[in-house]
Design a protein around this ligand. Structure first.
Ligand code: CDP
Ligand code: CDP
Length: 225
């Protein structure tokens, strides 16, 4: 049987990773956080202190290190750099500040997109990101575009930062998510946009559980058809 593929796209802080992970658990599928893959490249650039606006410099850093993505025991993706598991370090603010610039480079996207497609050919998967339904898996079984009001997304992200020990004001966080959405939506290659055949879910006033339930229903209905 062909693998089941569930694509979840949307702007920063909409709840994609939280919801995608739970949907994967419910349906016993792998979860691939493609944002973590772009963050891995940004993390490496931050470590090396290079100018991330130069695609050539980013490529040189990638050539000089071993970056790999492996299946963790909990069926989520683990990011390894030179043999070290860096997954827990990828959501730091200094990585978030660089990631959209790194993700705009076509050759970086090509490399990661190829890995994502090859993975989805071998596994049934829930994949979240910005271009999964539009570019990476245009024939996904179910496509969801998950969104929420910018203030709510900023509030969620602020709480997440607080849990990691970073204090960022709400104003700054709103500016930060809006700026990242702008960069992600305006880039030339694989911009953030809703696929024509995606289902839009606005999570502003919804609990995580109700969004998960809605997506599980969509998958079950897709199988009945
Ligand atoms: O969790 P959050 O929404 O903050 O971001 P993420 O999913 O970790 O993605 C971080 C960044 O990676 C995004 O802002 C995009 O610039 C980039 N990205 C992308 O370009 N394409 C994807 N499929 C996933 C992420
Ligand atoms: O991956 P993305 O950037 O879209 O968002 P996330 O990292 O999954 O979610 C950001 C935060 O919002 C998490 O701490 C979630 O627990 C929270 N969240 C929420 O409060 N209500 C929802 N309906 C979805 C997520």
């Amino acid at each position: 049987m062909a693998p089941v593929t569930i694509a979840i796209d949307g702007p920063a802080g909409a709840g994609k990773s939280t919801v995608a992970k739970r949907v994967a658990e419910r349906l016993n599928l792998m979860y691939v956080d493609t944002g973590a893959m772009y963050r891995a490249v940004a993390y490496l650039c931050a470590q090396e202190g290079i100018d991330v606006s130069s695609e050539r410099a980013v490529e040189a850093v990638l050539d000089a290190h071993r970056v790999s993505f492996e299946e963790g025991e909990d069926r989520t993706l683990q990011v390894m750099i030179d043999g070290v598991n860096v997954t827990s370090r990828l959501r730091a603010p200094e990585v978030s500040a660089l990631v959209s610039t790194v993700a705009a480079h076509p050759r970086v996207r090509q490399l990661l997109t190829e890995w994502q497609r090859a993975f989805a050919e071998r596994h049934s998967v829930v994949m979240d990101g910005r271009d999964i339904g539009t570019v990476v898996l245009p024939h996904a079984t179910v496509k969801v575009f998950l969104t929420a009001a910018p203030e709510e997304r900023a509030r969620r992200r602020q709480e997440e930062y607080r849990r990691m020990g970073y204090e960022v004001s709400l104003d700054e966080m709103v500016k930060n998510v809006i700026e990242r959405d702008r960069k992600d939506s305006e880039r030339a290659v694989a911009p953030l946009r809703m696929a024509e055949d995606a289902v839009r879910i606005d999570s502003t006033d919804k609990s995580i559980e109700s969004v998960v339930e809605e997506i599980v229903q969509l998958v079950e209905n897709a199988h009945v058809r």
